[in-house]
Design a protein around this ligand. Structure first.
Ligand code: GLY
Length: 298
């Protein structure tokens, strides 16, 4: 397959973003693309680049992943993340993980250092500590304030509500390899122990030899439809990534609701981006081209 250089796309989460956060969110996804681009330009792997982008977004307290993650009903952050490489279908993830700074790095370690794909809860935490990941409190003042507001306003409300969130990256390196990485705090006021789509291969994150995808939005929808695998299969069947995300979003709107967003990258470096929510900060770049940044669909 002919490869037209490297490519990267990132998202900072589909949701009901506030207008006053637009500039900061766009700066965040732009910096994440630049971080990944530097890795790819230096000959680094698609996986290294995707992880570099997601680590930046996890460390940016504006985004619902790592530091800044939304809180569950108990007022605690439980983090989900996963990584996947397309050329060999390797993947690793963590779910409902507490007390680490960069869950995407723990997910990478699950892939590299265990025979498993997904570790959850206490077991994931024990593994993280065994691997040397230091204790870190991801709770921010803003996350705590949002949680308090929900507690006051939502007594008796549904246990899960959509929020702005999840971060992800899809990358293509100069050797033609694809990778995807996704990380999230999930949905605010989720039941303790709730796991979303982000750590589930095929649901919120997927990569194969044809395409790589990171999804965002209400994870329960992504898990029911296995959207990330579906989108990669559509590219494999010959669809352009933009046509693939457009058609899936329309189908979701009809079938289950469109509280969702996707970034999809083909092995030829073509990008597809769509969201059914009011906003989804995202950015992308192809080698030799400029960084494109947007907050809403055009
Ligand atoms: N898409 C993130 C979540 O629902 O957990």
């Amino acid at each position: 397959m002919d490869v037209a250089g490297w490519a990267v796309a990132v998202h900072g989460g589909a949701g009901a973003w506030r207008d006053e956060d637009e500039a900061t969110a766009c700066a965040g996804v732009s910096a994440a693309v630049s971080g990944a681009a530097a890795v790819l330009e230096g000959g680094g792997s698609a996986l290294q680049a995707a992880i570099a982008a997601v680590v930046r977004l996890e460390d940016d307290p504006l985004f619902n992943a790592g530091t800044g993650a939304v809180l569950n009903r108990d007022g605690e952050a439980e983090l989900d993340a996963s990584v996947m490489t397309g050329h060999d279908l390797r993947c690793g993830g963590v779910a409902a993980l507490r007390g680490v700074r960069n869950p995407v790095l723990v997910a990478q370690r699950v892939m590299d250092a265990t025979p498993h794909v997904l570790l959850a809860g206490e077991g994931a935490l024990r593994f993280a500590r065994d691997q040397g990941f230091a204790e870190h409190d991801p709770m921010t003042v803003r996350a705590r304030a949002a949680w308090r507001l929900r507690c006051q306003g939502e007594a008796g409300a549904a246990p899960t509500t959509p929020g702005a969130g999840t971060v992800g990256a899809v990358t293509l390196d100069i050797q033609g390899r694809l990778a995807a990485a996704t990380s999230t705090g999930g949905v605010i006021m989720k039941l303790p122990g709730r796991v979303g789509d982000s750590p589930i291969p095929g649901a919120g994150n997927y990569a194969n030899a044809w395409a790589a995808c990171s999804a965002t939005g209400r994870g329960e929808l992504m898990m029911r439809l296995l959207v990330a695998r579906d989108l990669c299969d559509r590219v494999r069947a010959g669809q352009h990534p933009q046509a693939a995300v457009n058609s899936l979003l329309e189908e979701m709107r009809h079938d289950v609701g469109a509280d969702a967003g996707f970034i999809l990258l083909s092995a030829r470096g073509a990008v597809g981006i769509a969201h059914g929510t009011p906003a989804m900060p995202h950015a992308w770049q192809n080698s030799g081209g400029p960084v494109h940044v947007a907050f809403r669909r055009p």
